[in-house]
Ligand binder design. Structure first.
Ligand SMILES: NC(=O)c1ccc[n+]([C@@H]2O[C@H](COP(=O)([O-])OP(=O)(O)OC[C@H]3O[C@@H](n4cnc5c(N)ncnc54)[C@H](OP(=O)(O)O)[C@@H]3O)[C@@H](O)[C@H]2O)c1
Length: 339
């Protein structure tokens, strides 16, 4: 039987990279990677080529007919484009509709469960893309994954986990007892591989999770496994709402400024997860999602506990390693200049 032909946008990124690994591990797909012309010579793309992956160069901001020609022949298109660039997918959706060969379009979801309509600007950007898919009557599957394990743990006072830290805050929000859906990054691609082979998920939304756990449970687990007393900053519901309001106000004069958007996204994620309690299986079902754990009861996720064990063993990995190094360099430079 011929393999399902998948075209993946974002394979050099965090989520896209995990999706790529999951698809390759599964073995039932012929995977090609869609990259923008300005990235074609990047070392990360060259690295994909050394793995014998086909590279398709296509410009999301160019002529839609050219893009349609480039993506013709693929059964499934998966997009995992960086958060600020969601609307760039509109031309990819148009091109997929023009190509006429796409049996399933998986737009860039991969975030927490939450309703559209003003809760999170990131969700609302994604919804614009979904609406374009529905407008074309394109077959689709939307996959959301909750939040990552890799962004949901706390540092310990000894600093022994710092090798894997991205966000250096140790903040607990609104009392810390809201349970949220978390997926280990490494499970994302394994879930996606199952989802795109499954007729039941066609024209559906699916949420995945490796664990469903609160910040207080995470803190207790880390204290118990390390024997260290965590130093946590407790942020009240009111303070979180104020932070969110300030972040939204800061976005108004410059809505496409990356840093301002990032701060707003963080505040909106936190309010949605910890105050509104959107990111739960019950909310997912209310919003019409299928539950990937019910669809695939034999799936063995990486539990949060296993993730913490790996951190303890020194086997954790920092996401966005390059971005983190660049930020550290910048901070180092600023410090040196200030000295
Ligand atoms: N659930 C969570 O906890 C969580 C955490 C982080 C992210 N996310 C979600 O995951 C999604 C992917 O984010 P990420 O942070 O994983 O991505 P990322 O690491 O920033 O990577 C983005 C990828 O998109 C490509 N790209 C960007 N603009 C493009 C364009 N115009 N045309 C073609 N390719 C383009 C990049 O390649 P080039 O740089 O070469 O263009 C890169 O391969 C986001 O939508 C975000 O909402 C979820």
């Amino acid at each position: 039987m011929s393999k399902q032909k998948v075209l993946l946008l974002g394979a050099t990124g965090e989520t896209g990279g995990d999706i790529l690994e999951g698809l390759l591990e599964d073995g039932s797909f012929e995977v090609a990677c869609l990259v923008q012309p300005s990235s074609a010579q990047k070392p990360a793309v060259k690295k994909l080529e050394t793995r014998n992956l086909k590279i398709v160069v296509g410009d999301l901001s160019g002529d839609v007919n050219d893009l349609a020609t480039a993506i013709t022949g693929y059964d499934t298109i998966i997009s995992s484009i960086s958060a600020p660039h969601q609307l760039a997918q509109l031309s990819l959706v148009d091109a997929a509709a023009k190509a006429g060969t796409v049996k399933r379009f998986v737009p860039c979801g991969f975030m927490t469960v939450c309703p559209p309509g003003g809760v999170m600007h990131l969700r609302d950007d994604k919804e614009v893309v979904y609406q374009r898919i529905w407008c074309h009557h394109l077959p689709y599957t939307i996959v959301d994954v909750g939040y990552w394990h890799q962004l949901s743990w706390f540092r310990v006072p000894s600093g022994r986990f710092d090798y894997a830290v991205l966000l250096e805050r140790n903040e607990v929000y609104a009392g810390g007892d809201a349970k949220t859906l978390l997926t280990d990054k490494r499970d994302i691609g394994r879930f996606v591989a199952r989802i795109i082979k499954d007729e039941r998920t066609l024209n559906q939304k699916v949420f995945t999770y490796s664990d469903f756990i609160s910040q207080n449970e995470i803190a207790r687990m880390i204290e118990q496994k390390t024997g260290e007393k965590l130093e946590l900053t407790h942020i009240s519901e009111q303070d979180l709402l104020t932070t969110r309001a300030n972040a939204r106000a800061a976005c108004e004069p410059e809505p496409r400024n990356m840093m301002v958007r990032l701060v707003r996204s963080q505040a909106e994620y936190n309010a949605s997860k910890y105050i509104r309690r959107d990111n739960t299986p019950a909310m997912g079902k209310y919003l019409g999602y299928l539950d990937a754990r019910e669809l695939y009861p034999d799936f063995e996720p990486i539990s949060f506990e296993r993730f913490v064990d790996e951190l303890v063993e020194g086997k954790g990995e920092r996401p966005y390693e390059e971005m983190y190094a660049a930020l550290k360099d910048m901070q180092g430079g600023e410090k040196a200049e200030g000295e």
